[in-house]
Design a protein around this ligand. Sequence first.
Ligand code: ATP
Ligand code: MG
Length: 283
Amino acid sequence: FTIKMDDLKLLEELGKGQYGTVQKVYHRVTNVVMAMKEIRLELDETKLHQILMELDILHKSTSDYIVEFYGAFFIESCVYYCMEYMDVGSLDKVYGSGVPEDVLAKITTSMVKGLKFLKDELSIIHRDVKPTNVLVNSKGQVKLCDFGVSGQLDRSLAKTNIGCQSYMAPERIRAANTYTVSSDVWSLGLSLVEMAGGKYPYKYDNMFAQLKAIVDEEPPTLPDHFSEESRDFIAACLHKDAEKRPTYAQLLEHPFIQKYKDVDVDMAKWANEAHAARLAAKQ
Ligand code: ATP
Ligand code: MG
Protein backbone atom coordinates (compact mmCIF):
# COMPACT_ATOMS: atom_id res chain seq x y z
CA PHE A 1 0.00 0.00 0.00
CA THR A 2 1.06 3.60 -0.38
CA ILE A 3 0.72 6.12 2.41
CA LYS A 4 -0.85 9.52 1.83
CA MET A 5 -0.96 12.48 4.17
CA ASP A 6 -4.79 12.40 4.00
CA ASP A 7 -4.81 8.95 5.60
CA LEU A 8 -2.76 10.10 8.59
CA LYS A 9 -3.95 11.62 11.82
CA LEU A 10 -1.28 13.60 13.67
CA LEU A 11 -1.07 12.52 17.32
CA GLU A 12 1.92 14.17 18.97
CA GLU A 13 5.45 15.40 18.39
CA LEU A 14 8.08 12.79 19.30
CA GLY A 15 11.17 14.88 18.83
CA LYS A 16 13.13 17.28 16.69
CA GLY A 17 16.44 16.71 14.98
CA GLN A 18 18.77 18.82 12.87
CA TYR A 19 16.75 18.21 9.71
CA GLY A 20 13.15 18.08 10.80
CA THR A 21 10.48 16.87 13.15
CA VAL A 22 9.30 13.36 14.04
CA GLN A 23 5.61 12.93 14.80
CA LYS A 24 3.49 10.10 16.09
CA VAL A 25 0.72 9.51 13.57
CA TYR A 26 -2.20 7.13 13.12
CA HIS A 27 -2.71 5.52 9.70
CA ARG A 28 -6.49 5.12 9.34
CA VAL A 29 -6.33 2.64 6.45
CA THR A 30 -4.26 0.02 8.27
CA ASN A 31 -4.99 0.98 11.90
CA VAL A 32 -1.27 1.31 12.52
CA VAL A 33 0.39 3.93 14.73
CA MET A 34 3.55 5.12 12.99
CA ALA A 35 6.38 7.59 13.44
CA MET A 36 6.57 10.11 10.60
CA LYS A 37 9.73 12.06 9.98
CA GLU A 38 9.43 15.31 8.08
CA ILE A 39 12.60 16.30 6.25
CA ARG A 40 12.66 19.75 4.75
CA LEU A 41 14.70 19.89 1.54
CA GLU A 42 15.13 22.36 -1.29
CA LEU A 43 15.00 19.95 -4.22
CA ASP A 44 13.34 19.60 -7.60
CA GLU A 45 10.81 16.85 -8.34
CA THR A 46 13.31 14.63 -10.15
CA LYS A 47 15.54 14.44 -7.09
CA LEU A 48 12.58 13.92 -4.76
CA HIS A 49 11.41 11.02 -6.93
CA GLN A 50 14.91 9.60 -6.87
CA ILE A 51 14.89 9.66 -3.05
CA LEU A 52 11.57 7.78 -2.94
CA MET A 53 12.93 5.24 -5.40
CA GLU A 54 16.06 4.69 -3.32
CA LEU A 55 14.01 4.29 -0.14
CA ASP A 56 12.00 1.62 -1.89
CA ILE A 57 14.66 -1.05 -1.37
CA LEU A 58 13.65 -1.01 2.29
CA HIS A 59 10.45 -2.78 1.31
CA LYS A 60 12.56 -5.63 -0.03
CA SER A 61 13.85 -7.15 3.18
CA THR A 62 13.28 -6.63 6.86
CA SER A 63 15.14 -7.38 10.06
CA ASP A 64 14.25 -7.55 13.75
CA TYR A 65 17.09 -5.11 14.38
CA ILE A 66 16.02 -2.38 11.97
CA VAL A 67 13.06 -0.06 12.44
CA GLU A 68 10.48 -1.09 9.85
CA PHE A 69 9.91 1.24 6.90
CA TYR A 70 6.26 1.71 5.90
CA GLY A 71 6.57 4.18 3.07
CA ALA A 72 7.45 7.72 2.07
CA PHE A 73 5.91 10.52 0.07
CA PHE A 74 6.63 14.16 -0.59
CA ILE A 75 4.62 17.33 -0.51
CA GLU A 76 6.21 20.37 -2.11
CA SER A 77 9.85 19.96 -1.12
CA CYS A 78 9.31 18.05 2.14
CA VAL A 79 9.93 14.31 2.30
CA TYR A 80 7.75 12.39 4.77
CA TYR A 81 9.22 9.11 5.93
CA CYS A 82 6.86 6.74 7.77
CA MET A 83 8.32 4.07 10.01
CA GLU A 84 7.59 1.77 12.90
CA TYR A 85 6.72 3.66 16.08
CA MET A 86 8.99 2.65 18.96
CA ASP A 87 7.06 3.45 22.11
CA VAL A 88 9.93 3.76 24.59
CA GLY A 89 11.94 6.06 22.35
CA SER A 90 15.60 6.54 21.60
CA LEU A 91 18.33 5.25 23.90
CA ASP A 92 19.66 8.70 24.78
CA LYS A 93 16.38 9.33 26.58
CA VAL A 94 16.38 6.12 28.61
CA TYR A 95 19.96 5.22 29.51
CA GLY A 96 19.70 7.40 32.63
CA SER A 97 22.86 7.21 34.73
CA GLY A 98 24.02 4.25 32.65
CA VAL A 99 22.69 0.80 31.76
CA PRO A 100 23.90 -2.37 33.54
CA GLU A 101 26.31 -4.69 31.74
CA ASP A 102 23.79 -7.43 30.87
CA VAL A 103 21.45 -4.88 29.27
CA LEU A 104 24.39 -3.28 27.47
CA ALA A 105 25.34 -6.71 26.09
CA LYS A 106 21.84 -7.22 24.63
CA ILE A 107 21.76 -3.69 23.18
CA THR A 108 25.19 -4.33 21.66
CA THR A 109 24.10 -7.63 20.14
CA SER A 110 21.07 -6.01 18.50
CA MET A 111 23.10 -3.08 17.18
CA VAL A 112 25.80 -5.32 15.70
CA LYS A 113 23.19 -7.59 14.10
CA GLY A 114 21.38 -4.55 12.69
CA LEU A 115 24.57 -3.09 11.26
CA LYS A 116 25.58 -6.46 9.83
CA PHE A 117 22.15 -6.84 8.21
CA LEU A 118 22.42 -3.40 6.59
CA LYS A 119 25.84 -4.22 5.23
CA ASP A 120 25.26 -7.82 4.12
CA GLU A 121 21.68 -7.60 2.84
CA LEU A 122 21.41 -4.02 1.62
CA SER A 123 25.08 -2.98 1.15
CA ILE A 124 24.45 0.02 3.34
CA ILE A 125 26.87 1.74 5.70
CA HIS A 126 24.81 3.34 8.46
CA ARG A 127 26.82 6.61 8.74
CA ASP A 128 24.91 7.99 11.71
CA VAL A 129 25.24 5.51 14.57
CA LYS A 130 24.50 7.29 17.86
CA PRO A 131 22.15 6.84 20.82
CA THR A 132 19.35 8.99 19.30
CA ASN A 133 19.26 6.60 16.33
CA VAL A 134 18.83 3.46 18.43
CA LEU A 135 15.19 2.95 19.37
CA VAL A 136 13.55 0.78 22.00
CA ASN A 137 10.00 -0.50 22.43
CA SER A 138 8.11 -1.87 25.43
CA LYS A 139 8.70 -5.44 24.23
CA GLY A 140 12.36 -4.72 24.93
CA GLN A 141 13.38 -4.79 21.28
CA VAL A 142 16.28 -2.59 20.19
CA LYS A 143 16.38 -1.38 16.57
CA LEU A 144 18.41 1.00 14.42
CA CYS A 145 16.98 3.88 12.42
CA ASP A 146 18.20 6.78 10.25
CA PHE A 147 20.73 4.81 8.21
CA GLY A 148 22.07 6.14 4.93
CA VAL A 149 19.79 4.23 2.55
CA SER A 150 19.38 6.97 -0.04
CA GLY A 151 22.51 8.49 -1.53
CA GLN A 152 20.48 11.37 -2.89
CA LEU A 153 18.95 12.09 0.52
CA ASP A 154 22.36 11.95 2.20
CA ARG A 155 23.82 14.36 -0.33
CA SER A 156 20.85 16.69 -0.03
CA LEU A 157 21.13 16.85 3.73
CA ALA A 158 24.82 17.71 3.29
CA LYS A 159 25.42 15.98 6.61
CA THR A 160 27.71 18.36 8.38
CA ASN A 161 27.51 16.70 11.78
CA ILE A 162 27.62 20.09 13.38
CA GLY A 163 25.88 18.75 16.46
CA CYS A 164 27.71 19.48 19.69
CA GLN A 165 28.43 15.80 20.28
CA SER A 166 30.36 14.04 17.59
CA TYR A 167 30.35 10.28 17.02
CA MET A 168 32.67 10.60 14.03
CA ALA A 169 35.66 8.28 13.89
CA PRO A 170 39.15 9.86 13.94
CA GLU A 171 39.73 9.08 10.24
CA ARG A 172 36.59 11.00 9.28
CA ILE A 173 37.79 14.04 11.19
CA ARG A 174 41.33 13.83 9.79
CA ALA A 175 40.24 13.44 6.18
CA ALA A 176 36.70 14.52 5.36
CA ASN A 177 34.61 11.81 3.68
CA THR A 178 36.97 9.00 4.55
CA TYR A 179 34.20 6.66 5.47
CA THR A 180 34.24 2.89 5.61
CA VAL A 181 32.19 0.29 7.39
CA SER A 182 34.65 0.42 10.29
CA SER A 183 33.82 4.09 10.88
CA ASP A 184 30.42 2.78 12.01
CA VAL A 185 32.22 0.38 14.38
CA TRP A 186 33.85 3.38 16.07
CA SER A 187 30.49 5.16 16.43
CA LEU A 188 29.03 1.94 17.86
CA GLY A 189 31.81 1.77 20.47
CA LEU A 190 31.41 5.42 21.43
CA SER A 191 27.63 5.08 21.73
CA LEU A 192 28.07 2.05 24.00
CA VAL A 193 30.47 3.91 26.31
CA GLU A 194 27.89 6.72 26.52
CA MET A 195 25.04 4.32 27.37
CA ALA A 196 27.14 2.53 29.99
CA GLY A 197 28.40 5.68 31.68
CA GLY A 198 25.27 7.79 31.31
CA LYS A 199 26.94 10.65 29.47
CA TYR A 200 28.72 11.53 26.25
CA PRO A 201 32.31 10.47 27.00
CA TYR A 202 34.37 13.38 25.66
CA LYS A 203 34.67 16.53 27.71
CA TYR A 204 34.91 19.64 25.64
CA ASP A 205 34.67 23.43 25.73
CA ASN A 206 34.07 23.84 22.03
CA MET A 207 33.60 21.84 18.88
CA PHE A 208 37.21 22.18 17.78
CA ALA A 209 38.59 20.97 21.12
CA GLN A 210 36.24 18.01 21.06
CA LEU A 211 37.21 16.90 17.54
CA LYS A 212 40.87 17.35 18.42
CA ALA A 213 40.38 15.14 21.49
CA ILE A 214 38.82 12.39 19.35
CA VAL A 215 41.84 12.43 17.04
CA ASP A 216 44.62 12.97 19.63
CA GLU A 217 43.54 11.51 22.97
CA GLU A 218 43.28 7.93 24.15
CA PRO A 219 39.81 6.56 23.34
CA PRO A 220 37.27 6.51 26.20
CA THR A 221 36.69 3.33 28.22
CA LEU A 222 33.86 1.77 30.20
CA PRO A 223 33.35 2.58 33.91
CA ASP A 224 35.39 0.41 36.32
CA HIS A 225 32.60 -1.94 37.35
CA PHE A 226 32.35 -3.37 33.80
CA SER A 227 33.93 -6.75 33.04
CA GLU A 228 37.20 -7.40 31.26
CA GLU A 229 35.32 -8.85 28.25
CA SER A 230 33.15 -5.77 27.83
CA ARG A 231 36.12 -3.43 28.17
CA ASP A 232 38.03 -5.40 25.56
CA PHE A 233 35.05 -5.23 23.18
CA ILE A 234 34.96 -1.44 23.50
CA ALA A 235 38.71 -1.10 23.09
CA ALA A 236 38.48 -3.10 19.85
CA CYS A 237 35.68 -0.88 18.46
CA LEU A 238 37.50 2.29 19.49
CA HIS A 239 40.80 1.42 17.84
CA LYS A 240 42.17 4.67 16.42
CA ASP A 241 43.41 2.76 13.40
CA ALA A 242 40.27 1.94 11.39
CA GLU A 243 41.82 -1.14 9.82
CA LYS A 244 42.42 -2.74 13.21
CA ARG A 245 38.74 -2.55 14.20
CA PRO A 246 36.88 -5.88 14.05
CA THR A 247 34.25 -6.81 11.48
CA TYR A 248 30.64 -7.41 12.56
CA ALA A 249 31.14 -11.17 12.25
CA GLN A 250 34.16 -10.92 14.56
CA LEU A 251 32.25 -8.74 17.02
CA LEU A 252 29.46 -11.32 17.25
CA GLU A 253 32.07 -13.94 18.17
CA HIS A 254 33.64 -11.72 20.82
CA PRO A 255 33.66 -13.05 24.45
CA PHE A 256 31.49 -10.09 25.59
CA ILE A 257 28.65 -11.11 23.26
CA GLN A 258 29.21 -14.82 23.86
CA LYS A 259 29.15 -14.37 27.66
CA TYR A 260 25.55 -13.12 27.53
CA LYS A 261 24.37 -15.11 24.54
CA ASP A 262 22.48 -17.69 26.58
CA VAL A 263 21.65 -15.34 29.44
CA ASP A 264 18.00 -14.37 29.45
CA VAL A 265 18.01 -10.65 30.21
CA ASP A 266 14.54 -9.21 30.79
CA MET A 267 14.83 -6.38 28.29
CA ALA A 268 11.10 -5.59 28.41
CA LYS A 269 11.31 -5.02 32.16
CA TRP A 270 14.37 -2.82 31.74
CA ALA A 271 12.76 -0.83 28.90
CA ASN A 272 9.51 -0.25 30.79
CA GLU A 273 11.27 0.78 33.99
CA ALA A 274 13.60 3.12 32.12
CA HIS A 275 10.60 4.60 30.33
CA ALA A 276 8.69 5.09 33.60
CA ALA A 277 11.73 6.73 35.21
CA ARG A 278 12.00 9.10 32.30
CA LEU A 279 8.32 10.08 32.46
CA ALA A 280 8.62 10.63 36.22
CA ALA A 281 11.68 12.86 35.73
CA LYS A 282 9.81 14.96 33.18
CA GLN A 283 7.09 15.90 35.68
P1 ATP B 1 19.88 14.21 14.30
O1 ATP B 1 18.99 15.17 13.61
O2 ATP B 1 21.19 14.79 14.67
O3 ATP B 1 20.01 12.92 13.57
P2 ATP B 1 18.01 12.93 16.12
O4 ATP B 1 18.31 11.53 15.71
O5 ATP B 1 17.68 13.14 17.58
O6 ATP B 1 19.22 13.88 15.74
P3 ATP B 1 15.63 12.81 14.51
O7 ATP B 1 16.12 11.62 13.78
O8 ATP B 1 14.94 13.86 13.73
O9 ATP B 1 16.82 13.53 15.25
O10 ATP B 1 14.66 12.29 15.65
C1 ATP B 1 14.15 13.14 16.65
C2 ATP B 1 13.70 12.31 17.85
O11 ATP B 1 12.48 11.62 17.53
C3 ATP B 1 14.67 11.21 18.23
O12 ATP B 1 15.63 11.69 19.15
C4 ATP B 1 13.78 10.13 18.83
O13 ATP B 1 13.70 10.29 20.23
C5 ATP B 1 12.43 10.37 18.18
N1 ATP B 1 12.14 9.31 17.19
C6 ATP B 1 12.66 9.20 15.95
N2 ATP B 1 12.17 8.15 15.28
C7 ATP B 1 11.30 7.54 16.13
C8 ATP B 1 10.47 6.34 16.05
N3 ATP B 1 10.46 5.57 14.96
N4 ATP B 1 9.72 6.01 17.14
C9 ATP B 1 9.77 6.77 18.24
N5 ATP B 1 10.52 7.89 18.40
C10 ATP B 1 11.28 8.28 17.36
MG1 MG C 1 17.58 10.29 14.27
